[in-house]
Design a protein around this ligand. Structure first.
Ligand code: ZN
Length: 437
């Protein structure tokens, strides 16, 4: 017998599972457009986005609340970077908010390219100003600071992007980093970093003056109550980084939670679905950390975290990263194959709001559709809605809703509430806990 299978899109397959009135993609796409503006953690714009999300929920008949948390809102008054040897040139830079102030005239030091943490470079790094690859994070900074440099320079951008099309990123030196060492830091464009290396810049003067301050960021929380005590927390951050309107990262995840709200408001789950739009993720997962810190009594009831960070891109491949036992990895892998949903599933730590949950031994999975090189940029003005696809967004949200629905209505949640040793190690490393031996 010949079996003729018509070509079905993933969307058709999932639709046949879920029925046709699962989610209004036009409404969902509308929310994505409505929060399409720069909305950095702790700013008025972030609050504006939070209110818009609340309005959309209200329309569904869902109450939501905003939970404030305190964040650093340091300011930079003056930041300067000048190469003094073997040529003289002043480069455009931004100061790291919260990094140490220099004397008025700045500090003049030798410049060392800190390509990586390596004994050869380490020997040159003491009391130098280091040009560093990548971000200054809880993971990378201890490896820089241990060499006792006098200051650091980071850069941002893509060398293939015209200089004028690269925005000079605003960066911050978070207070958690200070225990490893305090020093001034500035950020420049990659084109200037390249020029300095090409021309053999060997001495620089760095000047930094700023003030420390506090502000408020916030999470938006909405419950769809179930019948049992158990809770599945679905997270997505809705803040963006500087100059980025954050369509892909993470307007898409933010509207995915709205898609879940549309579904579960019509299909009461067995377990409570708690939707948490996290603020200030881009500043170091601050919203999810705040949620975990502010609700210690709830942790016992949370059986799973489903996190969404960057889906719906036109170019890309789907991934699910499980910070859990392998059972969940295998389950999603098989389930997706049976449904015809192409996704690469792995065990690991995803750099997003799932991590603070996993750190509390709550199994977590992050869903994403990762763009290939050149297929879409994040954390810059190039993260635009034109690189996204309504069709892929619809498919991604349907699959995530379907998965969440299975977990919300499972007879028992099969995923163990504990972290395997390899995940515990990776988490400790990611969260900068490895020093504690
Ligand atoms: Zn993100």
């Amino acid at each position: 017998m010949q079996n003729v299978v018509n070509h079905l899109s993933v969307c058709d397959i999932l639709e046949s599972i879920e029925g046709d009135e699962f989610m209004n993609i036009e409404k969902t796409w509308g929310l994505l457009n409505d929060i399409y503006f720069v909305r950095m953690g702790g700013t008025e714009e972030e609050l504006k986005a939070a209110r818009i999300i609340q309005d959309y929920l209200k329309e569904l008949g869902l109450e939501s609340r905003i939970e404030d948390f305190e964040v650093e809102m340091d300011q930079v008054e003056r930041a300067e970077l000048k190469v003094t040897k073997p040529y003289e040139k002043t480069y455009e830079c931004t100061g790291f908010k919260g990094s140490m102030n220099t004397p008025e005239e700045g500090i003049t030091k030798k410049l060392v390219y800190f390509e990586q943490d390596n004994p050869v470079i380490g020997k040159m790094a003491k009391d130098a100003i280091l040009l560093v690859n990548g971000y200054v994070t809880l993971r990378s900074f201890p490896k820089i600071a241990k060499h006792q440099p006098a200051g650091f320079i980071t850069y941002n951008g893509n060398i293939d992007t015209a200089r004028e099309d690269v925005d000079l990123g605003e960066r911050e030196f978070r207070s958690e980093l200070k225990k490893y060492g305090e020093m001034p830091g500035v950020n420049i464009k990659i084109h200037d970093a390249m020029e300095m290396l090409e021309k053999g810049a060997s001495e620089v003067t760095l000047t930094m003056k700023g003030t420390l301050g506090k502000g408020i960021s916030r999470n938006v929380i909405c419950d769809i109550p179930g019948k049992s005590d158990e809770v599945i927390v679905c997270t997505a951050h809705y803040d963006s980084s500087s100059f980025s309107k954050g369509a892909y990262d993470n307007g898409t995840g933010a509207v995915c939670l709205y898609g879940l709200a549309q579904y579960f408001v019509k299909h009461q789950p067995e377990r409570t679905i708690r939707l948490v739009w996290c603020g200030s993720e881009e500043r170091g997962l601050l919203g999810s950390h705040a949620y975990i810190n502010d609700h210690p009594e709830e942790l016992e009831k949370i059986v799973l975290n489903v996190n969404i960070d960057m889906i719906g891109s036109t170019m890309g491949k789907r991934i699910a990263v499980c910070t859990s036992e392998m059972g969940l990895v295998n389950y999603i892998d098989y389930d997706a194959k049976m449904k015809g949903f192409p996704i690469e599933v792995s065990q690991g730590v995803y750099s997003s709001d799932s991590t603070p949950f996993a750190d509390k031994n709550i199994p977590a999975v992050s869903f994403a559709r990762i763009t290939p090189n050149g297929g879409g940029e994040i954390h810059s003005r190039h993260d635009v809605i034109e690189h996204l696809s309504k069709r892929y967004l619809d498919e991604d949200i349907r699959y995530i809703a379907e998965f969440t629905n299975q977990m919300a209505n499972a007879f028992v949640v099969p995923v163990k509430k504990e972290m395997p040793e390899n995940m515990r190690k990776e988490l400790d490393n990611y969260l900068g806990k490895e020093e504690k031996k």
